[in-house]
Design a protein around this ligand. Structure first.
Ligand code: NAP
Ligand code: ZN
Length: 349
């Protein structure tokens, strides 16, 4: 099937309207008409070639929501018209230890929603800045939020699960002091989720202008990380800090805030490395420096259900597909509260 999409032919070219093809649904496939797609900072890293190995044409987008429009012969759990989502994963080997544990995000054969090898044309996956997508049923999520919130649900498929998973893994909850560094698409979801889990939440930002907002999002305290006195007031006090920043920076400033056995987990994925932290900042308090990548499919469904139950959605600005190049520039300036979401109907307007 031929469909309209928005993508780039090279890292130094703007995104533009493209025509792409999608395979006909196979026995276990679900075909989804995409209503909305969130704009993740990973889209910028990938389409601009900031991460290695970008395949062109590149159609980004892995925060996908829409309605099922067709199903394969063996699909039992979805039917045409269902409200569904697709995140960063569209397939995996389905037989390794990671897949058996529902941690498809750590499968060596994970097929990303864009930029992964596939037998389909053009030889690599194409993402959600497009009219529709065809995905193996295992990687399709159910949405139980009201349909009126569908655009605001889209960012949960990446920003939501990428912060939910480490918060759950490192037991954020009542009695725990949890920091979230960087109040962008991921960070603003991290604040909402950690607050809903019952943790004491401290937001770290480089932007004085986000101080009041962070409280409204659910932060109990806000620290402007350039202010050394404010940072020092929190020394040795955190159980967990989730760092979403998309650029290299000094990690020691955050390691020093962990109490004994505390963990700083990195989810931000800058294109060049952070300076290596001081060993003494780790060994003195048996601190851990960790990383976490999105989340598996069962946990992504759990996160969506948790958000529906707690009435959590993203704070978004809805845009036309042809505004995405401007949206990237605004994201790089921090000028978005807090996630751009594309109205995919505008791909054909
Ligand atoms: P975003 O919306 O652009 O937010 C990033 C935030 O980081 C900014 O709002 C800003 O918050 C802070 N920041 C401070 N200094 C910065 C600088 N020099 N450049 C950029 N940001 C700076 O990005 P996002 O969509 O949340 O994604 C964040 C990172 O996570 C990206 O690297 C992305 O690729 C990565 N990511 C990783 C995973 C994973 O599985 N691990 C999944 C999705 C995304 P303040 O203004 O509050 O300081
Ligand atoms: Zn993402």
């Amino acid at each position: 099937m031929n469909v309209k999409a928005f993508g780039a032919h090279a890292g130094d070219q703007p995104l533009q309207g493209l025509n792409i093809t999608r395979r006909a649904p196979r026995a276990h496939d679900v075909q989804i008409d995409i209503a909305f797609c969130g704009v993740c900072h990973s889209d910028i890293h990938q389409v601009r070639g900031e991460w290695p190995g970008t395949l062109y044409p590149c159609v980004p987008g892995h925060e996908i929501v829409g309605r099922v429009s067709a199903i394969g012969a063996h699909v039992k759990d979805f039917k045409a018209g269902d409200l569904v989502g697709v995140g960063c994963i569209v397939d995996s080997c389905k037989q390794c230890e990671d897949c058996d544990e529902g941690l498809e995000n750590y499968c060596d054969g994970m097929v990303g929603t864009y930029n992964s090898p596939t037998p389909d044309a053009p030889g690599h996956t194409l993402g959600g800045y497009s009219q529709n997508i065809v995905v193996h049923e295992r990687f399709v999520l159910r949405i139980s939020h009201p349909e009126s919130q569908l655009a605001e649900v889209a960012p949960l498929l990446c920003a939501g699960i990428t912060t939910y998973s480490p918060l759950r893994h490192w037991n954020a909850g009542p009695g725990k002091k949890v920091g979230v560094v960087g109040i962008g698409g991921l960070g603003h979801m991290g604040i909402k989720l950690a607050h809903a889990m019952g943790a004491h939440v401290v937001a770290f930002t480089t932007s004085e202008s986000k101080r009041e907002d962070a409280k409204a999002l659910g932060a109990d305290e806000v620290v402007v990380s350039r202010n050394l006195d404010e940072m020092a007031a929190h020394a040795k006090s955190f159980d967990l800090i989730v760092n979403t920043v998309a650029a290299p920076h000094n990690l020691d400033a955050f390691l020093a805030l962990l109490k004994r056995d505390g963990t700083l987990t990195l989810v931000g994925a800058p294109s060049s490395p952070h300076p290596s932290p001081q060993v003494f900042n780790l060994i003195m308090k048996r601190r851990s420096l960790a990383g976490s990548m999105i989340g598996g499919i069962p946990e992504t469904q759990e996160m969506l259900d948790f958000c529906a139950e707690h009435e959590i959605v993203a704070d978004i600005e809805l845009i036309r597909a042809d505004q995405v190049n401007d949206a990237y520039e605004r994201m790089l300036k921090g000028d978005i509260k807090y996630r751009f979401v594309i109205d995919n109907a505008t791909l054909v307007a």
